[in-house]
Design a protein around this ligand. Structure first.
Ligand code: ZN
Length: 207
């Protein structure tokens, strides 16, 4: 089995492909959600389409969806739509892949969701990571981890069951990230690979 790429945007990669709006269901595993930047006045019909495709067995998670503090989309609307995703995920028992920019304190309010919550592309400080971990979230790390010593320290200390690794939209090989993280966690590459698939099984089962 290859290395799980928890969140990516290229059909050729192994893991969870982030489906684009109006895109056909792909051959492999995917996630479906309305990214805050894609919110328009047609969001209700877009969300209906997401609901339909997410019923597919190949859809492992809802998202990416979430809250973004730097885009020019009404924040109340972003919250309403994120809530709609959570309710839907709870209804169909699937985990959620969360996009969060500068809205971590608001995201923490959703810790009561009855499905697994994964913050993708985590790239914040240790205290934010700790708050999220204490609240039960999972954290997925991407390319920044290769260079960022603070992220490496967070990974060293976090329970491996809460960890995921991803390329997102960056152009690099996920193997590089696995090698780095295996070194940080002082485990073999094989163990890390197996653990990431097991983590995915766990959140899909909990969802
Ligand atoms: Zn992404």
């Amino acid at each position: 089995m290859g290395f799980l790429d928890f969140h990516h945007h290229q059909l050729s990669k192994t893991g969870i492909y982030n489906l684009n709006l109006n895109e056909e269901i792909p051959a492999g595993k995917f996630s479906a959600g309305l990214h805050p930047k894609d919110i328009t006045e047609n969001w209700k019909s877009d969300f209906e389409k997401i609901k339909t495709v997410s019923l597919s067995e190949k859809c492992l998670a809802i998202g990416e969806c979430g809250l973004d503090g730097i885009i020019n989309i009404d924040e109340n609307l972003q919250n309403d739509i994120f809530k709609a995703h959570i309710h839907w995920a709870e209804e169909i028992h699937k985990p959620i892949i969360i996009h969060c920019v500068r809205r971590f304190s608001q995201i923490l309010h959703y810790k009561t969701a009855k499905v697994s919550l994964v913050i993708h592309g985590f790239n914040k400080k240790e205290n934010v990571a700790q708050e999220l971990l204490d609240a039960g979230f999972h954290l997925s790390f991407g390319r920044a981890t290769l260079e960022n010593l603070s992220l490496q320290k967070i990974i060293k200390n976090l329970p491996i069951q809460r960890l995921f690794l991803e390329t997102d939209d960056a152009d690099f090989k996920i193997n590089k990230l696995y090698e780095k993280v295996a070194e940080i966690k002082s485990i073999t590459l094989e163990n890390l690979r197996d653990q990431m698939w097991e983590n995915l099984d766990n959140i899909v089962r909990n969802g």
